[in-house]
Design a protein around this ligand. Structure first.
Ligand SMILES: [Cu+2]
Length: 153
């Protein structure tokens, strides 16, 4: 914070430029970029096809309240339906998650400084969800349907 340009933001800009050319990105082994956009209280559709391998997730919040991109890999055999059924039961939900990959948080109309770099596993089920709440006693956004999932090919 405070420094307008750091070596890391320069590195991210270079990374962004390199992944806009898929052939060049493949050759360099650069991660594929997946842009996740939140609105109130949903995620815009993810790319129809997400490939396994090194990937960078960015996050942008187009909503009017704070949202998060929480990325988790479900245990083998666990489905998105199982996860949705367990959404009001946090201990049960945790049981269904094999790995919590990372979380990005952004205020309304904003993006976080960071990104999530992950090696996506082919055939695994990943869940993208937001469980922030607007007041301490309010339900998490997960309860309003703020979740989606994908399976890398
Ligand atoms: Cu949210």
């Amino acid at each position: 914070m405070g420094r307008p340009v750091s070596i890391w933001s320069i590195a991210l800009v270079i990374l962004s430029i390199s992944v806009t050319d898929p052939a060049a990105a493949q050759k360099a082994g650069a991660p594929r970029q997946i842009d996740v956009i939140a609105a109130d209280f949903t995620f815009l559709p993810l790319p129809a096809r997400i490939q396994a391998g090194p990937s960078v997730f960015t996050f942008a919040n187009q909503g009017t309240v704070q949202h998060e991109l929480s990325l988790a890999r479900l245990k083998p055999g666990v489905t998105m339906e199982d996860f949705v059924k367990a959404r009001e039961d946090q201990p049960r939900r945790r049981e269904l998650i094999d790995r919590s990959v990372g979380i990005l948080i952004a205020g309304p109309g904003n993006s976080p400084d960071g990104r999530i770099l992950v090696n996506l596993m082919k055939g695994a089920t990943y869940v993208v969800f937001c469980n922030l709440r607007d007041k301490p006693d309010a339900p998490g956004h997960l309860m309003f349907g703020m979740y989606t999932s994908f399976t890398p090919k």
